[in-house]
Ligand binder design. Structure first.
Ligand code: SAM
Length: 315
């Protein structure tokens, strides 16, 4: 890879077929402009800081709203430059209870340049009453699943959901919906189908993805605002593994997306301004590379990414 500024990536991990996971310790607005050729990215799956005053290591997460939205605008300009014509831009944002418009204000900003193709609700925790389940579901008692952060308030409900806004240029990018599909519940129907894909339906716009239970926060999840690796993984699978030559996470944090890239074996570029987070991201991705790959055995052909597009500079 060419390296015009003479600088080196923070980490570079090899994937099969001469592909790589590359992590840059860099402001992504500069990094996107400097490292990636126009149109060279098929999927962006990311979560920016939410301007909530969260205590990140390096980033100061409290700007006047207008300034923050101006920064999002500048970021979207860079996204516009690197995203391919049929690419997907998945943006995870949540609203705090006291400011429910926040996520939509961000979405509106992005919507100035991209079409909002889908709105996914990432459900972090849910309670399911047994009486609303079907006989075939096998559920025998009321369920309370996942983790949530309680709020001490008489006004607000605790927030158990965030958005994943799916943007594309035209709003009509085809998706591989069954790559993250769910099995039909009725076994009598399944018996009639021969191929596994026929026993699946579209998952829809609610994705229940709980955080894994951890013992010690500082050791097991040393970052204040993460998503689980399955979130970006599902985004890429939905876009289509075979159609994804390269994907990126400009705010990679402790590397959930890098872990997903390792599992999927798709060329990946991540940026973060915080080297301590990146060190965790690199180690997690390494461990994921040593573990099992995600094989989409529901695909007609096995998941196999296309060759990465050439880079103008680096990636
Ligand atoms: C919401 S967190 C993303 C966490 C990530 N999804 C994960 O699961 O670990 C936002 C991240 O953006 C990083 N960040 C803030 N400003 C940045 C910038 N201009 N360029 C790159 N990274 C930035 C912060 O250090 C933080 O790790």
């Amino acid at each position: 890879m060419a390296d015009p500024k003479g600088d080196r990536p923070f980490a570079r991990l090899p994937l099969p077929r001469r592909a790589e996971i590359v992590l840059w310790n860099e402001d992504c607005l500069e990094g996107l402009a400097r490292r990636l050729a126009p149109g060279s990215v098929d999927v962006i799956a990311t979560s920016p800081p939410y301007n909530l005053g969260i205590r990140y290591g390096r980033y100061r997460d409290r700007l006047p709203r207008a300034e923050y939205l101006g920064w999002i605008r500048a970021f979207v300009l860079q996204v516009d430059r690197v995203l391919s014509n049929r690419g997907s831009f998945f943006l995870n944002v949540g609203s705090p209870p006291r400011d429910p418009w926040f996520a939509w204000d961000v979405a509106r900003e992005v919507g100035q340049r991209f079409a909002l193709q889908n709105v996914v609700h990432w459900i972090k925790s849910i309670a399911i009453d047994r009486r609303f389940t079907s006989r075939t579901s096998g559920v025998e008692r009321d369920l309370a699943l996942g983790h949530y952060k309680p709020v001490g308030s008489e006004r607000f409900l605790h927030s158990a959901q965030e958005y994943v806004f799916h943007f594309s240029r035209s709003g009509d990018v085809p998706l591989d919906r069954l790559a993250i599909g769910v099995a039909y519940q009725d076994p009598s129907n399944i018996a009639r189908w021969h191929r596994p894909r026929e026993a699946m339906r579209c998952r829809g716009s609610t994705w229940f993805l709980p955080y894994p239970t951890i013992q010690r926060r500082a050791r097991d999840r040393p970052h204040p605002a993460t998503f689980p690796p399955e979130l970006p993984e599902w985004c890429v699978r939905l876009h289509g593994v075979r159609r994804t030559r390269r994907w990126i996470d400009p705010f990679v944090g402790i590397g959930a997306s890098a872990v997903a890239a390792a599992r999927l074996g798709i060329p990946f570029v991540g940026f973060d301004i915080d080297p301590e987070y990146l060190a965790v991201a690199r180690d997690r991705a390494r461990r994921a590379l040593a573990g099992p790959r995600s094989i989409d055995d529901r695909s007609p052909r096995r998941a196999r990414p296309a060759r990465p597009p050439s880079l103008r500079r680096d990636g």
